[in-house]
Design a protein around this ligand. Structure first.
Ligand SMILES: [Ca+2]
Ligand SMILES: [Ca+2]
Ligand SMILES: [Ca+2]
Ligand SMILES: [Ca+2]
Length: 456
């Protein structure tokens, strides 16, 4: 199998660099690869590295194309990637049966021998499924420790095995299972058996704010699009809302509903929050204003196109307003159908979104996408890609094509950048600011490839 990543710079002015990472070719016959994709640090260059775990083989792809690969020995259940000894090089700390071992993030071709750190019985000793990445190394009393859940306690041990501290389980029953935080998940708690959550401070590891596997988001955006459609019949207080602006606890909310003819009704109101972040009084949404088009929701946050700190409205519409799906089907003569996106800016002085769209974007998408769910956008990401604090757009324009539009004062008629892939895009795996420079990178998936679009 080949782990050579193909790096393509589309044009010299492109903001993105595409890395196409082939997944296990041997498994290609058996359908989509179940590869696990996550960001972590493999080195100290302050740019997160992309890890691809397929079975017991993990490859680390740096943004500059460097590739490293580690084959896990049998019996590894969970592992973490950290610089545990503080020497500047990152390594893998893993639970292998009753042993805690370390492995190098090896160069390709090396078959690293695990080095045993110490023996420790743990809940993970007998876990059959693995390896999976989990946060194991945490700070305890100012030093890096390995948090090991046993049947009766969590032990925090140094790399020589000596116990720094122990948090015994307070309940009557012993622990039955443990779950350390996933990469990109909430790193502040460790869930153990019956005892609920144990707080700990994660070791600072400068992980990017990875947004996790996107199927969660796809699901929730699908749901919220449906909620928007159902909300019109509800009391405005029960409509879905999003935060337009938060000025020291005085929050401007936009309550939204989408009606039959795909018009969006928006009611705004200011809500004063108490110290715990709850409204001090019952919010009272203001008068409804109607906007042409249905509100676009996505996995990412709501967009702020002009970068003034206030979230803006993005609405989609088919070219004929109010067209039903049946009529749309009858009208279809070609394979593609134009979709219009319209951005309405929030005006803080008027306390509402502008009735006129400041910018519109029209492009064509396969007509079947209109029929597949409440929103016809495929794999959309709303984020700042070029670091000017103005939200940009990215989404599929064909099954195997991904378009990127930068927001300046408008969107350009054709995508500013477009990438065509060998296989159809099936998902967005990750979006993250990997270098901490305010530019969001996107990792896409197809059945047998990971496509990393790194911002430069
Ligand atoms: Ca790196
Ligand atoms: Ca090290
Ligand atoms: Ca704005
Ligand atoms: Ca931007």
């Amino acid at each position: 199998m080949s782990y050579t990543a193909l790096i393509v710079c589309a044009v010299t002015s492109a903001f993105f660099e595409l890395h196409s990472i082939p997944l296990n070719a041997d498994a290609a016959q058996r359908g989509p690869s179940p590869a696990l994709v996550f960001f972590a640090n493999a080195d100290k260059d302050n740019v997160a590295d992309l890890f691809v775990l397929e079975g017991n083989v993990m490859s680390a792809h740096s943004h500059n194309g460097e590739l490293r690969q580690t084959t896990f020995p049998a019996g590894v259940s969970v592992f973490d990637i950290v610089d545990i000894d503080g020497d500047g090089a990152y390594e893998i700390v893993a639970v292998q049966g009753k042993s805690i071992v370390r492995l190098p993030i090896a160069l390709q071709g090396d078959a690293p021998e695990p080095v045993k750190l110490f023996d420790a019985d743990s809940i993970w000793s007998t876990t059959a499924d693995g390896p999976v990445p989990r946060v194991l190394v945490v700070e305890r009393g100012g030093i890096a420790t390995i948090a090991i859940p046993t049947l009766t306690a969590i032990q925090y041990r140094r790399i020589d095995g000596s116990i720094v501290s122990e948090a015994p389980h307070a309940g009557a029953e012993s622990f039955s299972h443990a779950s350390a935080p996933e990469y990109g998940g909430d790193p502040s708690t460790l869930e153990i058996g019956y005892s609920g959550f144990v707080d700990f401070q994660p070791l600072p590891r400068d992980l990017p704010p990875a947004k996790g596997p996107l199927y969660y988001y796809a699901e929730s955006s699908y749901r919220s699009s449906l909620e928007l459609r159902n909300a019109a019949a509800e009391e405005p207080n029960n409509w879905p809302w999003f935060t337009v602006y938060n000025k020291q606890g005085l929050v401007t909310r936009a309550y939204c509903a989408v009606d039959e003819s795909l018009m969006t009704m928006v009611r705004t109101c200011d809500v004063q929050m108490d110290k715990e972040g709850f409204p001090e009084t019952i919010p009272s949404p203001g008068p409804a204003r109607r906007y042409p088009g249905a509100l676009v929701t996505s996995a990412s946050d709501f967009p702020d196109f002009n970068g003034d700190g206030y979230k803006d409205l993005l609405l989609w519409s088919a070219p004929t307003p109010g067209i039903s799906v049946d009529a749309l089907l009858r009208a279809v003569v070609g394979r593609n159908w134009p979709i219009t996106l319209a951005a309405h800016m929030y005006s803080p002085s008027k306390g509402r979104f502008e009735p006129e769209a400041e910018s519109t974007l029209m492009f064509r998408i396969p007509v079947t996408w209109f029929l597949e769910g409440p929103s016809p956008l495929r794999n959309p990401v709303f984020a700042d890609f070029n670091g000017d604090k103005k939200t940009d757009l990215a989404m599929c324009t064909e099954e195997n094509e991904y378009g990127i539009w930068y927001y300046t004062d408008d969107f350009s008629a054709i995508p500013d950048e477009k990438y065509t892939f060998k296989e159809n895009i099936t998902d967005i795996e990750l979006t993250a600011d990997i270098a901490g420079n305010g530019k969001t990178s996107i990792v896409l998936r197809s059945d047998h490839y990971v496509y990393a679009l790194y911002t430069k």
